[in-house]
Design a protein around this ligand. Structure first.
Ligand code: HDE
Length: 753
């Protein structure tokens, strides 16, 4: 697939399917399982495994020690035409156990039965203790060369292309939880560099709840479901979470980010990523700078509305996962730029008065601009979720020469935790030998044996010094690009369990974040706090959190207190004087609409003149048009992807009305509760509901011809972001222009400034 023409590819995929006689009912839109259409009858002519889908990637075929094998990727998983045992003996029957006669007992001798059931019994491994639910994709990273001045890392040299695997995740939910819950998102990238693997284990929020790793079990125990009833799943709207963050007030900065729109991303493709900690970069001469890593999405940072997030949680719990994979399959490859904020490496380790070792603080981009150093493109979906997404193991300590850690006490603890956790999760110490984790650099460690050892180590001397293996492996020096632990001076100091005094400021940057929000973003934050605290049982916890909000901003505190029906407390610390950082706001700019979903309501009985043209124009704009009609199948030769019964507004970024369809035969509330929405004799109530929901989620709506009647009946004609016109093409042009801003926020004036 060519990455440069996503719209052409999307169009090609759907049109090819439409042309297939008889296949129009199941058009080949992204997401179809398998690489070939299935036959109606069970296939019986033996042949080898089908190839994976074009857009599926897989780990490189490397040995456990990083050498290329040249083995075709498909042959790693399975090969041959015939069903076999795990040891390769061909099998005749896998449908019946071996029994003493057709009605007799099953025989212990049935080794195939025992192998099949035993393996099945052990298919599950422990889920990650945090970030259990995730989705991953393969891609490439191309360096601009702009970081060459500050780091010797080879993969950041100009034009270098490095294979990567990225795993996105939620933090609190279990593996089967919904994608759209309010939570922080993980954004972990494995760069397979030829100087060793670099893992940038990042989040979509630039600060963390705690300043010291020793508090990690505390914050996670508080955020996870209550231990007695194991409720609620995958969310922070409960007493233990608010109990902790209102007492351990360094958590307040991260908490306001979670309560903002950042906590409910529209898509993984529209999230920023942040390394959170300050890293140290080292150049060829050993000179160092301190940096913070940022991922900037090409599509901008966008979120769902809270109501959408809740609806999607029920309707399509796999929403973000599906969005990621559909976009890649459609050729709308997700892209991010990697950037760094660069600070001088001074003994104080501060910048503009901000402590760079405090992971609850940001450095506003206005003070230290993010300088782009390379581009990430995700262009392959996994071939096997378990082998790749579940078994990938990240570690903050996977560092190539040129990138080093700092004394941030949160980072220091992570350096221990990430290896430790894999021992249980992946069943032993050899997890770097699992295909997705295999480095692309030569490996010659002296680690030996252990569960699931895949390398067949030769030699007799896995120790140093040795002469029996000829001295191999040899220590590398500077010329061989060895990793150097930066000789940072550690001040003479007593051993203490304490933090620097600067870590005591828990409110100034919470206020900075609040002050940097636009009015509509502030409304959403007020709503989120009110909702979450409203879900707590205990009033003291609500009161304690209100006290924290009083220390952030009087308006925020007062609005939330009003919603909770509680008195407004006075601040206990002076309100900080802060300079807002416009870069923190998500609104007010324009962004490309690649891969956005546009729903087009058609009336099979009405005028379909413009529909072909508009649908094509949506493709040409790099977006995906989905036709919504009264019934499945085709309308005027075009495939119907959603019906009034199966479609819901939350799937679409914009809705177009090409007609005003009359109530369909299945508009019966007893069959489809949506049909119970207020309607009229002339328009299907589910179409009106679609428009009303899209409208209150601040989405662009367009109509032409008879479609304008739907707007009229929904009572939204002439409101902001509702476009009408004589012809579809003209309406679409205006709709597209408005979509660049993501939502039509002017529709809802804010009550706070
Ligand atoms: Fe993690 N974190 N973390 N974390 N983290 C894990 O590692 C941990 C922290 C992050 O997709 C675990 O393999 C400690 C900050 C991501 O596989 C575990 C502390 C940031 C992922 C762990 C932190 C992160 C993890 C669980 C406090 C943003 C998912 C399973 C010191 C910069 C990686 C695993 C994936 C996963 C420990 C704090 C990001 C237990 C002790 C800060 C994206 O090792």
């Amino acid at each position: 697939m060519e990455s440069s023409k996503p719209s052409q590819i999307v169009k090609g995929v759907v049109e090819a399917a439409v042309e297939k006689v008889g296949d129009a009912l199941t058009p080949d839109v992204p997401g179809a399982p398998g690489s070939a259409p299935p036959s109606l009858e069970e296939p019986t002519t033996p042949h080898g495994p089908l190839p994976p889908k074009d857009e599926q990637g897989a780990p490189d075929t490397r040995t456990p020690t990083g050498a290329e094998t040249g083995v075709p990727k498909i042959a790693k998983g399975q090969q041959g035409a015939y069903l076999t045992t795990a040891n390769g003996a061909r099998l005749r029957d896998t449908d019946h156990s071996l029994k003493a006669g057709p009605r007799g007992p099953v025989l212990l001798q049935d080794h195939h039965l025992r192998e099949k059931i035993t393996h099945f019994d052990h298919e599950r491994i422990p889920e990650r203790v945090v970030h259990a639910r995730g989705a991953g994709a393969h891609g490439t990273f191309v360096a601009y060369g702009t970081a060459e001045e500050v780091t010797r890392a080879g993969f950041l040299k100009k034009g270098r292309e490095t294979p990567v695997f990225v795993r996105f995740s939620t933090v609190l939910g279990s593996r089967g939880s919904a994608d759209t819950v309010r939570d922080t998102r993980g954004f972990a990238t494995k760069f397979y560099t030829d100087e060793g693997t670099f893992d940038l284990v990042a989040n979509n929020i630039p600060v963390f709840f705690i300043q010291d790793a020793i508090k990690f079990p505390d914050v996670i125990h508080a955020g996870k479901p209550h231990p007695d009833r194991e409720i609620p799943q995958a969310q922070s709207a409960h007493d233990t979470f608010w109990d902790f963050v209102s007492l351990h007030t360094e958590a307040q900065h991260h908490t306001i980010w979670n309560m903002s729109d950042r906590g409910i991303p529209r898509s993984y493709r529209t999230m920023e990523g942040f390394g959170v900690h300050t890293f140290r970069l080292v150049d060829e001469a050993g000179a160092t700078v301190l940096v913070k890593f940022h991922w900037k999405p090409k599509l901008g940072v966008h979120s769902l509305t809270w109501e959408e997030a809740q609806m999607i949680g029920g309707m399509d719990p796999d929403y973000h996962r599906r969005d990621l994979y559909d976009a890649i399959e459609a050729g709308a490859y997700p892209e991010w730029e990697l950037g760094i904020q660069v600070f001088p490496d001074t003994p104080e380790e501060t910048f503009a008065g901000i402590d760079l070792l405090d992971p609850t603080k940001i450095v506003p981009e206005e003070l230290a601009p993010v300088q782009p150093i390379g581009k990430l493109t995700l262009n392959k979906t996994p071939t096997n979720y378990f082998a790749e997404v579940e078994q990938v193991a990240f570690h903050v300590g996977h560092l190539p020469p040129g990138i080093d850690v700092t004394n941030d006490p949160l980072m220091q603890g992570r350096l221990f935790s990430y290896v430790d956790t894999q021992l249980t999760r992946l069943g032993g110490p050899n997890f770097t030998q699992i295909p997705i984790n295999r480095p692309h650099a030569d490996v010659n460690d002296m680690l030996r044996d252990g569960f699931h050892q895949h390398a067949v180590h030769a030699g007799v001397a896995p120790y140093r010094p040795n002469s029996l293996d000829g001295g191999n492996p040899f220590p590398a020096g500077d010329r061989e690009h060895a990793f150097v632990d930066t000789p940072v001076t550690v001040a003479e100091a007593p051993k203490v369990r304490a933090s620097p005094a600067s870590f005591d400021d828990h409110y100034s940057q919470v206020r900075l974040f609040w002050q940097s929000m636009s009015p509509v973003e502030k409304e959403h934050i007020i709503r989120a706090y009110t909702f979450e605290l409203g879900k707590c049982y205990h009033q003291v916890i609500k009161e304690r959190q209100l006290q924290c909000l009083a220390n952030v901003d009087p308006v925020l505190c007062e609005q939330v207190a009003t919603g909770l029906g509680l008195p407004v407390p006075q601040p206990t610390v002076p309100l900080a004087e802060v300079q807002p950082s416009p870069a923190l706001s998500q609104v007010g700019r324009e962004w490309p609409a690649d891969g956005r979903m546009v729903g087009i309501v058609v009336d099979a009985q009405g005028d379909l003149g413009d529909v072909h043209e508009v649908r094509r124009a949506v493709f040409d704009a790099g977006m995906v048009p989905l036709l919504i009609a009264a019934h499945g199948g085709t309308v005027d030769g075009l495939p119907v992807q959603r019906t009034f019964a199966t479609g819901r507004s939350v799937e679409f970024d914009a809705v177009l009305l090409a007609g005003a369809p009359a109530p369909a035969p299945d508009a019966v509330p007893a069959r489809d509760a949506k049909a119970g929405a207020p309607g009229s004799a002339t328009v299907d109530p589910r179409v009106l509901l679609l428009v009303e929901e899209a409208w209150r989620h601040a989405k662009v709506i367009g109509a032409w011809g008879a479609g304008a009647e739907v707007l009229h009946q929904a009572g939204v004609t002439g409101t902001p972001g509702v476009v009408t016109g004589a012809a579809g093409a003209e309406v679409l042009t205006e709709v597209q222009r408005l979509m660049a801003a993501h939502r039509v926020w002017e529709r809802f004036p804010a009550s706070v400034a």
